[in-house]
Design a protein around this ligand. Structure first.
Ligand code: B12
Length: 256
C-alpha cells in the first residue's frame, strides 16, 4: 500500500513549509504593509494557508526579499517519486584501471571544460584534479586515464576541436551558472556541435555536470549522462568504464 507524508514544522504532518522570493515592490516606510500583503497574497495563491510573512528585507528602493512560513495541504507520495538511479557498479581506481587496460590496451582520454561564460571551475576540478573531492582522488589519479582539463570559459568550437585533436573518448563539461537557463542553452549548443562535427555514432561520450541540472534531461540536452550536486570522481570514473569499456559497442564507436 502506498504511503503519503506531509511536511513537518512544529508537529508531525502539520504541513508547515517555508518559502522565499523577491517581489519588485518597495517596502520602505509606508510601503511596508502593502509589500507584505502582496507577499502573503502570492503565498496564498500558491496554496499556503495561513501564510505568515516572517521576514521582509528591502533590496534597494524598489525590491523586497521575503520569507513566508505557512501550511500547505499537499500530500507527498514517496512511492511515485521518479529518480535517476545509478545503473552501473562503483569501481575502485584499481578496478577501473585494470578494466581499461584489459579492454582498450591504451589510456582512456578525457577532455574536460567549463563552457560559455561560466568561470566556476571548482566543480569540474573536483572531478578531474588529482586531489579530488569528498575523500576520493580525481580522474588524473587514474593511471589508465589521460585527462586534458581546458579550464574555464571555453568556447564550444574550441572544445570540439580539442576533443578531435586529443581523440577524446569522453568529454566532460561543467555548467554552474543557471541564470536565464544558460546551463541548458550552452549544453544543447555543445551537444549539437559534437553531432555536427563527428560522423553518426563516432562522437565521444558527452557528460555534463553541475549543481542545478535535472539528471533526467539527457535526451532533451543531447548528452549521454548528467551528474548533479555532490557527484564524486569515483562515480564518474565508474560510469566512464561502464559505458566505454564494459559496453563493446561504445569502444568501437570511439576507437575508429
Ligand atoms: C566559488 C564561487 C564563485 C567563484 C568561482 C571560482 C572558481 N574558480 O570556480 C567566483 C568568485 C569567480 C564566482 C563568480 C561568479 N559567481 Co559564483 N559562486 C561560487 C560559489 C560560492 C561556490 C561554487 C563552488 O565552487 N561549489 C563547489 C563545487 C565543488 O560544487 P559544484 O560546482 O556544484 O560541483 C559539484 C557538482 O555539481 C558536480 N559537477 C560540477 N560540474 C561538473 C562537471 C562534470 C562533468 C561532472 C561529472 C560533475 C560536475 O561535481 C562537483 C563535485 O560534487 C557558488 C554558491 C554556492 N554555494 O554554490 C556561487 C554561485 C555559483 N555564483 C553565482 C554567481 C551569480 C556568480 C557571478 C555571476 C557573480 C557576479 N555577479 O560576478 C560570477 C560569475 C563568474 C562567471 N563568469 O562565471 C551564483 C549563480 C546563480 C545562478 N542562478 O546561476 C551562485 C549560485 C551564488 C548565488 N547564490 O547567487 N563564483
Amino acid at each position: 500500500m502506498s504511503t503519503v507524508i506531509r511536511p513537518y514544522g512544529d508537529t508531525t504532518g502539520d504541513g508547515m513549509v517555508q518559502l522565499s522570493f523577491t517581489l519588485p515592490l518597495s517596502s520602505l516606510g509606508d510601503d511596508a504593509k502593502l509589500a507584505e500583503g502582496a507577499a502573503a497574497q502570492l503565498a496564498n495563491k500558491m496554496g499556503m494557508d495561513p501564510a505568515m510573512v516572517v521576514h521582509a528585507r528591502p533590496m534597494g528602493p524598489d525590491f523586497t526579499f521575503f520569507v513566508v512560513y505557512g501550511r500547505v495541504n499537499h500530500l507527498v507520495e514517496p512511492d511515485k517519486v521518479v529518480v535517476v538511479e545509478r545503473d552501473y557498479p562503483l569501481l575502485s581506481p584499481k578496478e577501473a584501471n585494470a578494466a581499461i587496460k584489459k579492454a582498450l590496451h591504451r589510456r582512456l582520454v578525457v577532455v574536460g571544460a567549463c563552457i560559455g561564460t561560466d568561470a566556476h571551475t571548482v566543480g569540474i576540478d573536483a572531478i578531474l584534479n588529482i586531489k579530488g573531492f569528498a575523500g576520493e582522488k580525481g580522474l588524473e589519479y587514474y593511471r589508465e586515464m589521460r585527462v586534458v582539463n581546458l579550464g574555464a570559459q571555453v568556447l564550444v568550437p574550441d572544445l570540439v576541436a580539442r576533443a578531435q585533436e586529443e581523440k577524446a573518448d569522453a568529454v566532460l563539461v561543467s555548467q554552474v551558472v543557471t541564470q536565464r537557463d544558460a546551463h541548458l542553452h550552452n549544453t544543447s549548443e555543445m551537444s549539437a556541435a559534437f553531432r555536427e562535427a563527428y560522423p553518426t555514432g563516432k562522437q565521444p561520450l558527452l557528460v555534463v555536470g553541475g549543481p542545478r541540472f535535472d539528471e533526467s534531461m539527457t535526451e532533451t540536452l543531447g548528452v549521454d549522462r548528467i551528474f548533479a550536486k555532490g557527484t564524486t570522481p569515483g562515480e564518474v570514473a565508474s560510469y566512464l568504464v561502464h559505458r566505454l569499456v564494459d559496453q563493446p559497442s561504445n569502444v568501437s564507436r570511439r576507437s575508429a
